[in-house]
Design a protein around this ligand. Structure first.
Ligand SMILES: O=c1ccn([C@H]2C[C@H](O)[C@@H](CO)O2)c(=O)[nH]1
Ligand SMILES: [Zn+2]
Length: 133
């Protein structure tokens, strides 16, 4: 399962997006260290803020099945530039990803940017910050 295959799974997952309000469909595919892939799409709600992004759906599916180590995440939307994950998703990603986790953001033209946790969320709040010695 390479980068292109992961992006293709994100493109497929995007087809499942439930977006009656924004009509903006996003797909994600998350590869674990063990080689499994968990996909996600955004799921909106009439109470708008309850909406979950594709990235978090993929991460929460994986976590709920006992996965904790992630190798790569691909995110895709029909955007001009590679779709930037929102702040809430970046914080959730920072809880589980390391600097080695590859993050591929892309669009339907496969204009892809590979990035890292530190690049998209520097100086992030971590559990260590609660352990004052
Ligand atoms: O990286 C992103 C950005 C936005 N959305 C969703 C949330 C909402 O359903 C719609 C518009 O914000 O796109 C995602 O799923 N991922
Ligand atoms: Zn988000």
């Amino acid at each position: 399962m390479n980068q292109d295959e992961l992006i293709n799974l994100a493109i497929e997952a995007r087809e499942m997006a439930y977006t009656p309000y924004s009509k903006f469909n996003v797909g994600a595919a998350l590869r674990t260290k063990s080689g499994k892939v968990y996909t996600g799409c955004n799921i909106e709600n009439a109470a708008y803020p309850v909406t979950l992004c594709a990235e978090r759906v993929a991460i929460f599916k994986a976590i709920s099945e006992g996965e904790k180590e992630f190798e790569a995440l691909a995110v895709v939307a029909d955007t001009n530039r590679p779709v930037p994950p929102c702040g809430s998703c970046r914080q959730v990603m920072s809880e589980f990803f390391t600097e080695e986790t590859e993050i591929y953001i892309t669009n339907l033209q496969l204009n892809t940017k590979q990035t890292t946790m530190e690049e998209i969320l520097p100086f992030s709040f971590q559990s260590d910050d609660m352990n004052k010695k």
